[in-house]
Design a protein around this ligand. Structure first.
Ligand SMILES: Cc1cc2nc3c(=O)[nH]c(=O)nc-3n(C[C@H](O)[C@H](O)[C@H](O)COP(=O)(O)O)c2cc1C
Length: 218
């Protein structure tokens, strides 16, 4: 698989088979992803992997929780303006259409959202942290690392879903994985193999045309 194939094939998977993923493979992919560029070569990503039984223990812990935690950062700006608002809305509508959940059925929508906190049943996952002293440039480095990982996973026959939803459980995640105080949770990453029979996995999210996001200056 070349880079173009991996770019075109990768998409977020929201229903996984329980087929195990070997720690050795995750280690290999993370080691290769660490070749991602980062400003000043700071390599600001810090990753904690939970796989198999450890992941199940963590999910059980989360599912037993009835309280909530304040996020360490705002996943979206408070008033998302256009065209971003419409993009987000369209993604949700397309996803719930595939799931057969109408807009009025709030409980069913919330139930699907809650599947984030089971990693959509993926058997393996990691959490990506960053040092609290880091700023926007280093957060962008995390993105490069995460995308590199997702492309490499694609090449290795694995599927993924990056998950900012975990920003809702920063303390619990940090405590469970043993992350030191100076780190802050950015996101999770569900890792496994897509369930080919799950309608939600048919979702191919749209992209804006090239000229809406890029301009050749003349
Ligand atoms: C950093 C990051 C966090 C994300 N968080 C979530 C999440 O919590 N839950 C989810 O279902 N999708 C999440 N996504 C997936 C995005 O919704 C998805 O990437 C976007 O809609 C484009 O679709 P695609 O990945 O299928 O190409 C996240 C993606 C990124 C890059």
């Amino acid at each position: 698989m070349n880079v173009t194939d991996a770019m075109l094939a990768r998409k977020s998977i929201r229903n996984f088979l329980d087929t195990p993923v070997a720690n050795e493979l995750i280690q290999e992919l993370l080691s290769k992803a660490a070749r991602a560029a980062s400003g000043g070569n700071l390599q600001p990503w810090r990753v904690y992997i939970i796989n198999g039984d450890v992941r199940s223990r963590f999910v059980a812990l989360i599912e037993a929780r009835t309280d909530s935690e304040p996020p360490d950062y705002a996943v979206y700006p408070p008033k998302l303006k256009e065209p971003y608002r419409s993009s987000r809305y369209k993604l949700a509508e397309d996803m719930y259409a595939l799931l057969g959940i109408p807009r009025e059925d709030k409980p069913a929508r919330l139930k699907h959202l809650a599947r984030n906190f089971r990693f959509f049943d993926a058997p393996a996952a990691f959490f990506c942290f960053v040092d609290k002293i880091m700023g926007p440039p280093q957060w962008s480095d995390l993105g490069m690392f995460l995308q590199s990982f997702m492309l490499l996973a694609q090449e290795a026959g694995l599927d993924t879903c990056a998950q900012e939803a975990w920003a809702n459980w920063p303390q619990t995640v940090a405590e469970f994985v043993g992350a030191p105080e100076e780190l802050m949770l950015f996101c999770g990453m569900a890792i496994g193999r897509a369930n080919p029979d799950a309608p939600v996995n048919a979702l191919v999210s749209e992209r804006e045309p090239f000229e809406h996001r890029a301009t050749f200056v003349i």
